[in-house]
Design a protein around this ligand. Structure first.
Ligand code: SF4
Ligand code: SF4
Length: 369
């Protein structure tokens, strides 16, 4: 059997979700190509995309597949289950992905974002069976899945689906001990099953690379991003650490962090703990992201996403980045804004955390709108 770890040279993975944009807002193909070239030149190989990332699979074809030999890189893409319908079954989605990317096979193929709410659609479309079939036909080299749920659920899936060869997990030093994300428990569950791990969100969507300098004094001269990446990449069993790089500067910094990768020393691990505790002391909104409030809201306000953006802006030094992140919450064009709230209180009635949601939404509107 092929050693899956040998497929990724260098642990840094290039996430193709937050690529550089040109002045019209489209993905900047020229700049992306320059970044791709440097990434490969420095000995890295792993590119990560998904059906659901707008324009991402096409830009992979233009900047990687059509410009570099197939053996010089590996590609991971994902079946985004929430987009499957009777008109767009797995066969069609997969065929479209091969066409978009210009590939004959995917080195890594993931069932995208397994969590409670997505299970029925994956079962309905028999996605696991489909992936095994594609593997038998040589269209997939390794099957895996990305995951956002509890350790118990992960344990169940890995027991039920031994065909899963790797898992992609959200791991960073803030979520490591978080009762909501449970990164550590989820990581240990994957290790118990002996599965290689791909790490997503190592800097928590940019939050940990953009901290107030007063918070990161314990890091000394080391950058917050490098400490977060080294925390994630230093864990045993890690196949790749994904970074959604938007600029050449970010790419260069990440390359430096991984060339070569140094595990955090005991003193550096203590510094990480100190920084994490300082962040935890800030008045963050204690939303657990359970989403019970969502179906209650007549204005379709994405309450937990707004609270997440507010929490990020509390600890970020870059207010423009915070504002952009906040605007991303509404990028589907359908979600209501805090200023749309009609104060009916239905959300507060269902919130198990008893959060004063209406008041917090007022604060969000005042801060960002
Ligand atoms: S109070 Fe506002 S946020 Fe809550 S359910 Fe009503 S409209 Fe939605
Ligand atoms: S119900 Fe409360 S804790 Fe759950 S997502 Fe909504 S605001 Fe957050």
């Amino acid at each position: 059997m092929e050693d899956i770890y040998s497929l990724n040279r260098g642990k840094l993975g290039f996430g193709l979700m937050r690529l550089p944009k040109d002045s019209s807002g489209a993905i900047d193909e020229k700049e992306t190509a320059r970044m791709v070239d440097l990434f490969l030149e420095k000995g890295f190989t792993y590119f990560d995309t998904a059906y659901a990332y707008p324009g991402s699979e096409e830009i992979l074809r233009k900047t990687v597949v059509e410009r570099h030999p197939r053996e010089s890189y590996t590609v991971a893409s994902k079946m985004s289950g929430w987009m499957l319908t009777d008109e767009l079954p797995p066969e069609r989605m997969f065929a479209e992905q091969l066409r978009r990317t210009g590939l004959e096979y995917f080195d890594f193929y993931l069932i995208h974002s397994i969590e409670t709410q997505h299970i029925p659609v994956y079962e309905k479309h028999r996605v696991w069976d489909f992936c095994s079939r594609m593997k038998a036909e040589g269209r997939i080299r390794h099957i895996g899945f990305s995951f956002h749920d509890t350790p118990e659920m992960l344990d169940g899936i890995l027991t039920e689906h031994p065909e899963a060869e790797f898992v992609q997990l959200q791991i960073n030093y803030m979520d490591w001990m978080s009762p909501r994300v449970q990164s550590r428990n989820v990581y240990e569950t994957a290790r118990k099953h002996g599965k290689p791990i791909i790490i997503m969100e190592p800097v928590k969507g940019g939050l940990l690379s953009n901290l107030e300098p007063s918070l990161t004094k314990p890091f000394g001269s080391r950058t917050p991003a490098s400490m977060a990446l080294r925390f994630a990449a230093g864990l045993d069993g890690v196949l790749a650490v994904l970074s959604g790089m938007s600029t050449m500067e970010q790419l260069k910094q990440n390359i430096a962090t991984f060339s070569p990768l140094e595990k955090l020393s005991v003193a550096e691990m203590e510094a990480v703990t100190t920084v994490r505790e300082s962040i935890e002391k800030l008045q963050m909104i204690q939303c657990t992201g359970c989403r019970y409030c969502i179906p209650e809201c007549p204005k379709s306000i994405p309450i937990p996403n707004i609270f997440r953006a507010m929490n990020e802006s509390t600890v970020r030094s870059d207010s423009e980045a915070s504002r952009r992140r906040y605007e991303e919450v509404f990028s589907d064009g359908k979600s209501g804004r805090p200023s749309d709230c009609m104060k009916c209180g239905r959300c507060e009635h269902t919130c198990p955390q008893k959060l004063p949601i209406r008041k917090l939404l007022e604060e969000a509107a005042a801060r960002f709108e």
